[in-house]
Design a protein around this ligand. Sequence first.
Ligand code: CP3
Length: 333
Amino acid sequence: MTPLHKVLINKDTTINPIWIMRQAGRYLPEFREIRKKNTDFIKLCLNEKLSSEITLQPLKRFDFDAAIIFSDILMLPYALDQKVEFKKNFGPLLGDLNLNEISKLNENDFIKKLSPVYKAINLVSKNNLTKNKSTIGFVGAPWTLLVYMINKQSPKVKLKDNFYQDKSLINKILSTLDKFLKIHIKNQVENGAEIIQIFDSWAGLLNEENLPNYVYNPTLTLVDYVKTLNVPVICFPRGVKNYKNYCDIVKPDGICIDYETDPNKILKEIKIPVQGGMDPKILLTDKEILKKETKKYLDIFKDHPYIFNLGHGVLPETDPNMMDYLVKMVKDY
Ligand code: CP3
């Protein structure tokens, strides 16, 4: 059993495995080197040789316990034939949504479009660098994908005023997403993904009243599906106010918490394995502060099954030496 499985399945409290969201990315000079020559991000994700190499880059430097496949949650709308672009200093920009086209899409075309992602997972899971480590596959949660597909750009401040107007459109997209997310998850697992993480980056936009319709119910369906594949599933509903409710209803194997959530409150309320929490900005300070904050999370969860991670993705301006210090500290704890 890999360390992450020991925590997620056996509820082992004697080890502190570590991996980091966005661990393969812009804070690494070797990634920026590849990225410079590959300006089209989607094409890069669809180049299994490069995407598997990028996935393994952080494992060559640091003793992480998992590799997360270098891809993106927006590869799904892309595979559903919605145009997706990543504009520099702007973030993702999506094209118009054509539901007629989407309804004509069949499973085989979808799998064919994403086959380089599945090949990359296969290469990574068979590589010696992931021996005794987990290969993590992932998807965006239906709600977060819905937000990007309708809003067509990041809802950083708020959603478009008329976001909820077309209920029939919303329901059609949600049922399409349910179908294709399951196909995407299945193919990742069949090709070597041993854990699935579901990213719900915009769960915090909703109030408690809207959570059942858009977050709890559609995510529960996916979580139940992952369980039938015998693979543990970690959910990251960033920004929800009530993590306990979320866990009680959605019942993932592990819950990833964001950096605005009080870890002491989580420890008191939540029984399932916990992951993450520390503010990524701590890595931009100094070793003294980093040590103190890291120790804080490890101390709080010392008798609780816990996977060390941050409360959101590692920031591009992070010094890799600080990451090295963090990993060693967690391992020596
Ligand atoms: O974690 C990893 O190392 C695996 C790869 C991964 C990426 N995106 C690569 C990426 C994962 C798991 C994601 C998930 C993702 N993508 C989420 C959920 C997590 C979160 O951050 O909230 C979301 C909302 C997206 C959508 C997305 N992709 C945005 C908003 C952006 C632009 C913002 C940014 O950071 O530039 C991306 C681009 C993206 N995805 C990059 C990477 C490494 C940066 C690409 C680049 O310019 O080099």
